[in-house]
Design a protein around this ligand. Structure first.
Ligand SMILES: [Zn+2]
Length: 409
């Protein structure tokens, strides 16, 4: 786990701890003996421990909080944070022992019970005890039906196990709890889950159900790109190529930045139906609409090169290279075109000029949330598990940007 993720997890643990701390205090106030219960939190070890936690010095935080806890065996939140820190350090067995011991306490309020169970569920999840984690999160939700943290974790586990229908239901519960402003994001996630349910139907060859699911995904989120791709594939499988073409065209229209994902499909369909010019027209339109569009240039250059127009293809590739000097696919196509033209020195020199300051990458994408890098576009991040967070990564020169200005077309 990265330092950042560890810090984040520790802070989440801290917040959960503080929330339960409040509940704990209220509970003890009702009991009438709350002053005695504050010993742990009034000790300097508690504050020191929290300071170390915020500074991401987990070992020292554990040390201080252990001392604070030893002053008051009843201090629920201190023990809970300690258990969470053990888990984040990878000492899952220890974390489970701590949290299970807390569960044994009599006189836990319903809310306290739910919080400890939540911690225990996270321990089980971290330790790979999937069934027990499921059980714990479901029990939390029985005690506290609107516990968003339990719902989020449950959904992630259901996704990991490809229980897409269950994950969809869980996300729907979260959606009902979310603020109005968060609805578009929730609709988008629901659309991805619908798309996965549709893919399962495709694997069963239940095309009617699959088409329904993909259409639902598009209705939930008009930019549900994979649903368009898959719905078109279903139409092709059903022999309805005309519908497939119009679905993919709609994708190009609603998400031109992702249009390239449909290029191979549209190209193959255009050729099969005897209208290859439909695809080249589409590429030219995309380039006209967005001068930064390099993938359409690359795709169009392939067509031109296949027809023997290597010089024209190369011009397009140089223009694409200026927009994205890090795409290896452009470089490869340039070398193929240069070879066809037998390496005219002027064009080889031009290539050299254009690439002088570029750093080579495959086709880099980066998760906006956790900075995870991938060589392709992923819909769900394998690191932070968030949906639709990948953007194409372009590395700009740190200095002298003006040098590049005159190269931009
Ligand atoms: Zn991520």
């Amino acid at each position: 786990m990265s330092d950042y993720a560890l810090l984040l997890a520790a802070l989440v643990s801290l917040l959960a701890g503080l929330a339960i701390g409040k509940a704990w205090e209220r509970y003890k106030l009702r009991g009438g003996t709350w002053i005695d219960r504050r010993r742990a939190r009034e000790s300097p070890h508690y504050i020191l421990g929290l300071n170390f936690l915020v500074a991401n010095q987990i070992d020292l935080a554990i040390e201080e909080l252990t001392r604070a806890a030893s002053l008051d065996a009843d201090a629920l939140e201190v023990h809970m944070i300690l258990g969470n820190l053990h888990r984040e350090k990878g000492q899952v067995g220890k974390a489970i022992t701590v949290h299970q011991a807390l569960l044994q306490r009599s006189r836990l309020s319903k809310l306290e019970h739910a919080y400890v169970l939540l911690c225990l569920g996270l321990d089980y999840k971290r330790g790979g005890f999937v069934d027990r984690a499921h059980e714990a999160f479901n029990e939390v939700l029985r005690l506290d039906p609107d516990n968003e943290y339990a719902l989020v974790n449950l959904q992630k586990m259901q996704e990991e196990q490809h229980q897409w229908v269950a994950a969809y239901d869980t996300r729907q519960r979260l959606t009902k709890l979310a603020a109005a402003g968060a609805q578009p994001q929730n609709q988008a996630i629901l659309a991805f889950l619908e798309n996965e349910i549709g893919l399962e139907a495709v694997r069963r060859k239940d095309y009617a159900e699959a088409a329904r699911r993909f259409q639902d995904a598009i209705d939930l989120d008009a930019r549900a790109v994979p649903a368009y791709l898959n719905l078109g594939d279903v139409r092709v499988a059903e022999g309805n190529e005309k519908d497939a073409a119009s679905i993919w065209e709609r994708l190009v229209h609603v998400a031109p930045d992702r249009a390239y994902l449909a290029f191979d499909r549209i190209d193959a369909l255009a050729k099969r139906t005897g209208h290859p010019e439909r695809f080249t027209r589409l590429c030219r339109r995309l380039i006209d609409e967005n001068p930064q569009e390099w993938r359409a240039r690359l795709a169009l250059s392939r067509h031109l090169a296949a027809g023997g127009h290597n010089q024209e293809a190369l011009d397009l590739l140089f223009a694409a290279l200026v927009q994205n000097p890090h795409a290896l696919s452009i470089h490869q196509a340039i070398w193929r075109a240069l070879a066809e033209l037998r390496h005219p020195p002027a064009l080889v020199d031009r290539y050299g000029d254009l690439t002088e300051h570029a750093v080579f990458y495959l086709d880099p994408h980066v998760c906006m949330r956790c900075r995870y890098r991938s060589t392709e576009l992923l819909w769900q991040c394998p690191h932070c598990h968030d949906w639709n967070t990948f953007v194409e990564e372009r590395i700009a020169p740190a200095q002298d940007a003006s040098e590049f200005e005159d190269l931009r077309i």
